[in-house]
Design a binder for this molecule. Structure first.
Ligand SMILES: Nc1ncnc2c1ncn2[C@@H]1O[C@H](COP(=O)(O)OP(=O)(O)OP(=O)(O)O)[C@@H](O)[C@H]1O
Ligand SMILES: [Mg+2]
Length: 254
């Protein structure tokens, strides 16, 4: 089995908080992996560790077969990431920013320019290409972050809530492009709270709860014949669905 992501007992502790505990991920090459978990479960921390934004406290990982700590640059050339906290140079226009990212990945200028035009067209940003990013709406910034993650044609793509703030039309287009990527053997590791999107796109899921991976495998196996939402709520809900609601909403006539 060829894996794009393997982690062995990966841990991250922030002072008192154990954010990720003994994580053993196995993400096969070419799979569309949905990484699910409630707020604060450790999803973004995992992505930050795997993309070199924060160092793990302990444990090991291999991306695309390469040890994470030994050859980080060799890995970074081949991965893309849309992080949770977008990190853009907002005093640039979309074209300037993508040209900068293209240079960073050492793309030939003509390739970078052609891909920039295609990405802006695909994401419906052509009209805004000369506007400074700081004037963009939230969804437009997310789209530019996605364009920057795709421009060097990565073998492995990390997406932390990529559809949050994106309109339905653009979402449809993005989903199609992402499916094309995995169909051609690239691997995508996605976090999303929108489980219908996960069900549409993902071949495999992992569920993390309080820093620990509690289920992992092909989506049908994890769902056990139920909907993914029902399984997810059952696994991590801890009876929260049974709470009575807000005391002041009970029984008062409006
Ligand atoms: N920089 C930090 N310093 C201290 N604690 C942190 C830091 N970043 C995250 N944490 C803690 O680590 C835990 C995991 O956070 P993380 O951001 O990975 O969750 P998440 O699964 O991405 O949640 P969400 O769905 O809300 O994005 C949380 O308890 C959080 O409070
Ligand atoms: Mg997060």
């Amino acid at each position: 089995m060829e894996y794009s992501i393997e982690t062995y007992g990966l841990n991250k502790t922030y002072e008192e908080v154990v954010a990720v505990k003994g994580l053993d991920l196995r993400v096969e090459k070419g799979c569309f992996y949905g990484f699910l978990g409630p707020n604060g479960a450790g999803k973004s921390t995992t992505i930050k560790m795997l993309t070199g934004i924060v160092p793990p406290t302990s444990g090991e990982a291999r991306l695309l077969g390469i040890p994470l700590t030994r050859q980080p640059l060799q890995i970074k050339r081949r991965i893309g990431v849309v992080p949770e906290d977008l990190c853009l140079f907002e005093n640039l226009t979309a074209r300037e920013y993508l040209a900068f990212v293209g240079r960073m990945y050492k793309l030939p200028a003509a390739v970078s320019l052609r891909r920039t035009e295609e990405l802006l067209e695909l994401l419906g940003l052509t009209d805004a290409r000369k506007t400074l990013i700081l004037e963009y709406s939230h969804g437009m910034k997310k789209k530019i972050s996605l364009a920057a993650a795709l421009i060097h044609d990565p073998d492995l793509l990390f997406l932390d809530e990529p559809f949050e703030g994106i309109d339905a039309v653009a979402s449809r287009t993005i989903k199609e492009v992402l499916q094309q990527m995995t169909a051609q053997g690239r691997t995508i590791f996605l976090t999303s709270h929108i489980l219908t999107i996960v069900e549409q796109l993902c071949t495999h899921v992992g569920i993390i709860h309080q820093g620990e991976l509690i289920a992992q495998g092909p989506i049908a196996e994890v769902a056990e014949g139920d909907t993914l939402e029902n399984r997810f709520v059952h696994i991590v809900g801890r009876g929260q669905t049974d709470v009575a609601g807000l005391s002041w909403l009970g029984g008062r006539a409006v």
